[in-house]
Design a protein around this ligand. Structure first.
Ligand code: MG
Ligand code: MG
Length: 628
């Protein structure tokens, strides 16, 4: 199945777009008239430039306000079409999209529209061109793909077909299954877009808020299943209008688009295997069993500070790498690796960002399959030269320079931890931190969709709704991705401005992503008692917080007192309750969190985030300003 993207979907000038689209792996493009009207070159040159990039022009779009016009408008519309046909021939494409008319003079009438299309089809046929008719959701008389199909059916011309667009069907809440009765060879082209569920004017929603399949809330998979059921075998193409994308990173957007199409077709194949798609099989997305390890690139004073914080948190040094300046810190099955190497990935990550999380290890059932899936989705494998006796842990490059390793939890102990590290005489710590509950990653708001698409397509993970977290200096958008069983959880925090805590972290670390790591405990008070005994200092929470808590929830006064004394925050949802406590902020902007989920509490204490941020901001004062 060929993949395509409308040039209008991404930012850049035409040449930048083509380079990014070709590099992402697409077979072709839909060319938008505006794109080459603005380009300095004839349609013939544009066509050659597209082909030089190894791309095909699969569709020329759009041709508007054509059908059911009275004379003299009708004649003029045909003249306009002939001129477009000439441009298409120069460009080297044979298919044009005609979208249903919004012309105030359009008369309507299914047969009148069919007659117009049949006549235009006849003219197109003389030039070996084809026309595809699309129902715009806001078309004046035709705004439903079923009516568009009836017009195409009655036009009864081999050069006239239907073009369907998931946005126009799903945006109007039309049942995509009504497409299943259209013959596949009469669907000439399929355009795809998703969109967030926002109740607003259809035209405005479409022009500004469309996004890649999987990034929004529309059932694009269900739509595509219906299309595939018809026997359709033409290209699938992205047509996305999104303000953020127009100003975004061209290459990343193209990669996201390609990724979304591969994942979409994989989902279709899994939902209805009978449709026997011709796309090569992609290994199924796995549900990770958790975080296998977190690796920090660190040096000098920051490394010392990080080590002593880990000790306070109850971690012990259980191993030292045979060949490298790398140490392993452990508590139960939670592993933290400190990498002080001066060469390789960790070193370059440290050079760019100072102390930061440079690698994340993820426990999966089949690491090789995860890599294959990642590569099909367009990710790049990661590798660096191995020293003697070092195992190659399958890895890919994630977003923002991060590296993700995949390992099977059982075999990793033997192959990596026991064979590469010289064991110290210390047992893993046991202060009560049982595992990593979640990793919180920060990115700029405009990159958030890329991150959530990355995780939700690579793994079997569900997305929570996006929530706004109020920072005293701005809003941070927050969204969680988690496996169905909750064993692997990531929270994404999208910062708009560098004045927010998340935004300052981004700018000060030059785009590091992991800002905090949350450990789980079964008894937060007992654990904290031990940690505080080790010298751990919880982030001080204002007493106003506890007064507010008392007003919001029914809490035993003794419990409240205990929480207050240990700076523990509290939350509840319909399934359970939640305790959390934060470390103070390290000098390199990372902090730790300790959480206790009671029963099936599903959240992350989002309601407490503003209090946490305020407390952190009180501690991080500009130099020279004394704390009061
Ligand atoms: Mg369209
Ligand atoms: Mg958290």
């Amino acid at each position: 199945m060929k993949t395509s993207i409308a040039t209008v979907s991404i930012s850049g000038n035409l040449r930048e777009k083509l380079e990014a689209i070709a590099a992402a792996g697409f077979d072709g493009i839909e060319i938008f008239e505006q794109d080459f009207i603005a380009h300095d070159g004839s349609p013939k040159e544009v066509g050659a430039m597209v082909r030089d990039h190894g791309l095909e022009i699969m569709l020329f779009q759009p041709f508007r306000d054509f059908e059911t016009l009275p004379e003299p408008f009708r004649g003029k519309a045909f003249d306009r079409a002939e001129r477009k046909f000439e441009v298409m021939q120069e460009l080297g494409t044979d298919l044009v999209l005609i979208c249903s008319s919004v012309h105030p003079k359009a008369l309507g009438g299914i047969d009148r529209a069919a007659d117009d299309l049949a006549e235009l089809g006849e003219r197109a046929a003389k030039r070996d061109l084809r026309i595809g008719y699309e129902a715009l959701a806001w078309g004046r008389h035709v705004n439903d793909h079923r009516d568009a199909w009836e017009i195409v059916r009655r036009a009864d011309h081999s050069n006239v077909g239907l073009i369907v667009d998931s946005f126009h069907t799903l945006g109007r809440k039309l049942d995509p299954n009504s497409l299943r009765s259209v013959p596949g060879d009469k669907i000439f082209f399929v355009q795809l877009a998703d969109a967030p569920a926002i109740d607003m004017d259809l035209l405005y929603w479409s022009r500004h808020f469309r996004n890649m399949p999987g990034e929004g809330d529309l059932d694009v998979t269900g739509f595509m299943q219906a299309v595939m059921a018809t026997g359709y075998s033409g290209p699938i193409s992205l047509e996305i209008f999104n303000d953020m994308f127009r100003g975004g990173n061209t290459r990343q957007l193209a990669r996201d688009g390609y990724r979304s199409l591969i994942d979409l077709m994989d989902q279709v194949a899994r939902a209805e295997p009978e449709l026997s798609l011709s796309t090569p099989p992609v290994p199924a997305p796995q549900s990770p069993d958790g975080v296998a390890f977190i690796e920090f690139a660190t040096r000098g004073k920051e490394a010392e500070a990080l080590q002593s914080l880990l000790e306070q948190l109850g971690f012990t040094l259980t191993g030292t790498h045979r060949n490298k300046a790398v140490s392993l810190w452990q508590q139960g099955e939670t592993r933290i690796v400190l990498n002080k190497e001066t060469e390789g990935h960790a070193a370059s990550s440290w050079n760019a960002r100072g102390t930061n999380v440079c690698d994340i290890g993820i426990s999966v059932q089949d690491a090789a399959d995860v890599i294959t899936r990642a590569e099909k989705l367009g990710d790049n494998p990661f590798g660096q030269p191995l020293g003697p006796g070092e195992a190659s842990i399958p890895a890919i490059k994630g977003l923002a320079g991060s590296v993700l390793h995949f390992m099977n939890a059982e075999t990793a102990v033997q192959e990596v931890w026991q064979s590469e590290f010289v064991a110290s005489n210390t047992e893993p710590g046991n202060a009560g931190l049982t595992r990593i509950d979640h990793i919180a990653q920060t990115m700029s708001y405009e990159d958030m969709l890329s991150w959530s698409l990355f995780y939700s397509t690579l793994f079997e993970m569900k997305k929570s709704a996006m929530v706004d977290v109020v920072d005293p200096d701005g809003i941070v958008r927050s969204q969680a991705l988690e496996t169905m069983d909750g064993k692997f959880r990531i929270t994404l925090n999208g910062a708009d401005t560098h004045r927010t805590l998340a935004g300052a972290f981004l700018s000060e670390t030059f785009g590091a992503s992991v800002q905090h790591i949350a450990f789980a405990t079964d008894d937060i008070f007992e654990t904290l008692q031990t940690l505080i005994g080790n010298g751990f200092k919880p982030l001080p929470i204002s007493s106003n917080y506890y007064a507010d808590l008392e007003a919001r929830f029914v809490i035993d006064p003794e419990l409240l007192k205990r929480m207050k004394s240990m700076n523990v925050l509290y939350d509840e949802d319909e399934s359970g309750s939640f305790f959390q406590c934060y470390s103070e902020m390290t000098g390199f902007g990372v902090f730790f969190e300790i959480v206790q989920r009671q029963i099936d509490y599903a959240g992350y204490g989002g309601a407490n985030a503003p209090f946490r941020i305020a407390a952190q901001k009180r501690m991080v004062r500009p130099k020279g300003v004394p704390a009061t």
